[in-house]
Design a protein around this ligand. Sequence first.
Ligand code: GGG
Length: 351
Amino acid sequence: MKNIKIATIPGDGIGKEVVPAATEVLKAVSEVHGGLAFDFTDFPYSCEYYLEHGDMMPEDGLERLKDFDSIFLGAVGNVNLVPDHISLWGLLIKIRREFEQVINIRPAKVMSGVQSPLVNPNDFDLIVVRENSEGEYSSVGGRIYRGEDEIAIQNGIFSRKGTERAMRFAFELASNRKKHVTSATKSNGIYHSMPFWDEVFKDVSKDYPDITTDSQHIDALAAFFVTHPEKFDVIVASNLFGDILTDLGAGIMGSVGIAPAANINVNGKYPSMFEPVHGSAPDIIGKGIANPIGQIWTAKMMLDHFGEEELGTVLLDVIESTTHDRILTPDIGGKHTTREVTDEIIKRLKA
Ligand code: GGG
């Protein structure tokens, strides 16, 4: 029996609704597959935890998480309780950095039965590899003066090691797909880091002669996502560009509620963390209509990570059969609840 120890952090808002839903689905997966068991331990780290304790997690929070096989996180942030940069840096970004989750994988494709703004939605099937530990997400900089003279300085950090690592990851992924990597750059406008990014991309690409490449400025790339989605296979992007691009991708998929993501610790030293692209969606908290698919598709990525690709494929097929039959939450044009979509997925898994 393969026993996988998972730390669940529902976090804020609809995270508290979609993590339990996806956990139920994983339990059903384990029932269907006799040789696989999940052992879940819940952690209350969130903005509410911050209000009670003055921090997003306890001082030994990382220590408590580090021996789990993976972390399954919902959403972080409630600006009514805690400023967003405090909640994100105190939990989500802290875990990504301290557990060296240097790569963020974000697949995007339009599910059958889901309305997309694209003319040819089947052309949209790609993976964004987002550098996850540096880039524009940096705490280097500062603020000086006050009033009309006030200045804020924000430095981006691009190391050769980190940049090259993300690019190699993208090339390796592409070698099992359509063998094309697009680099998201902005070297016409950003003077130091993006020309450096382009140089590293050119160097790394020499080691993958079977893989075709192109380099697109992020603004044009965003337009091509909509007008020429067939151009793309794997895209490698910096931390911020990857974040923005994948929300655009989620929009093309029909809703940010569908899009999955995985934060990967590539050296196996610490757990990887699986969290959907969406945030805490304060506008729909408690209504029972949060789309559970992003979290459940994220669970599929966790299965893949543990070498259970066959089961992962079964789960994705079941999700897609459910959307195909239009068992959908309101964000994607349906009338169904979180409970109903989850129950349907579980029923089809067990059928
Ligand atoms: N699902 C995790 C979550 O709440 N994400 C919200 C967010 O703002 N994420 C920023 C990021 O992925 O860097």
